[in-house]
Design a protein around this ligand. Structure first.
Ligand SMILES: [Fe+2]
Ligand SMILES: [Fe+2]
Length: 363
């Protein structure tokens, strides 16, 4: 975040939820998360404070009071996320200097919106609100994707309407917010598979848009991208989420995912042949060096060729805690170096997507 993004201090007494909330807030402004027991120095650039702490005992309350002390005599907004919405809790929040309260039922998106609203006095509201709104739309798309992927994991069916809804969410959000904002938000997802699939899907939406294809073809490309790695729903998590390289045995298992995804969709029925082809063939390469069947040239359809470019580019720019992110410009150079594996004209056409993904999101 740049200097014009104020910092929100998030004080929490829990870890997992705090991480998720911190990720959310981080999408609209810089967020510094600290645990209740930490002793941070006084940060001068704090524009708002969010507390996610249970007022369950005197020690916790005293600790929070001390952390909030530097902000008591300032105009810094302090928002308390409640745990049980009781009268006691609300009185305690006011006594600690909270200027706003959020009910225990507030979602991360709603808390994020409240932060954006609180920051409205400190910076132009449009920038934070646009970012908050984009974050909410991307989250909606992620939840829709999650529903589909989770159903596949459990061996349950999902409907065409669910796939269509998720597809429309991605197409509309990328069109409204731009690919760079989409990437900035999706990069914050901890779940590697969700991050990857949402990157590929967003890039496919932008690619189709930049190619100027019909709305129908755009949705077809995005639908294929959304479902391309569906077979990963059946790959063991130890392999799927392994940090670093897979060993040969693990790689063999991982490489079953195109066939698994194809079977899931074929059994459900109702999917166009091109979508099934994308799911089964997205790791095939034009020079015959891909998998699962080593197809080449004209054996690989247009929709697959487009999706494969988005898939490889997404894999290169994805962000993991254990590795340095690859700049989009470097990722595109690698795509260009793949020569006869990819269709050169389509890689050239992808230039605009690569450039848009390298540019900072518009305010
Ligand atoms: Fe794949
Ligand atoms: Fe993929």
């Amino acid at each position: 975040m740049t200097a014009d993004h104020p910092t929100v201090l998030l004080i929490s007494d829990r870890t997992d939820q705090s991480r998720e909330l911190g990720n959310w807030i981080g999408r609209v402004c810089s967020c510094r998360s600290i645990a209740l027991h930490e002793r941070p120095g006084i940060a001068k650039d704090v524009a708002a404070v969010v507390t996610d702490v249970a007022f369950r005992d005197a020690v916790a309350i005293a600790r929070l009071r001390s952390l909030l002390a530097p902000y008591r005599s300032t105009a810094t907004p302090v928002m308390a996320v409640l745990r049980d919405n009781s009268h006691y809790e609300q009185v305690q929040a006011v006594a600690l200097g909270a200027t706003g309260m959020l009910p225990s039922t507030a979602s991360s998106a709603e808390i994020c919106r409240a932060v954006a609203a609180a920051l409205g006095d400190a910076r132009p509201a449009t920038a934070t609100n646009a970012a908050a709104s984009a974050a909410e739309h991307v989250e909606q798309a992620r939840l829709e994707f999650h529903g589909i992927f989770h159903a596949a994991t459990c061996g349950e069916n999902f409907t065409q309407a669910e796939v269509d809804n998720a597809t429309s969410s991605v197409v509309e959000t990328v069109a409204d917010s731009g690919i760079r904002r989409w990437l900035d938000i999706v990069w914050s997802y901890d779940n590697a598979t969700y991050q990857h699939c949402m990157l590929v899907t967003g890039l496919a939406a932008e690619f189709a848009r930049s190619l100027g294809v019909s709305a129908n073809d755009q949705k077809r490309l995005v639908r294929g991208a959304l479902l391309h790695d569906l077979g990963k729903a059946k790959i063991p998590l130890a392999i799927l989420n392994k940090p670093g390289r897979l060993d040969p045995q693990e790689l063999t298992v991982m490489r079953t995912h195109p066939g698994i995804g194809y079977e899931i969709l074929r059994e459900q029925g109702g999917y166009e042949p091109e979508i099934l082809e994308v799911v089964l063939r997205h790791h095939e390469l034009l020079d015959g060096s891909g998998y699962p069947d080593g197809l080449s040239g004209s054996q690989i359809g247009d929709l697959v060729r487009l999706t494969t470019i988005c898939d490889i580019y997404a894999a290169l720019i994805e962000r993991r805690p254990y590795k340095q992110p690859m700049p989009p410009t470097r990722a595109f150079a690698i795509l260009q170096d793949m020569g006869s594996k990819l269709e050169a004209a389509l890689v050239r056409a992808f230039t605009r997507v690569a450039e848009s993904s390298a540019a900072p999101a518009a305010a």
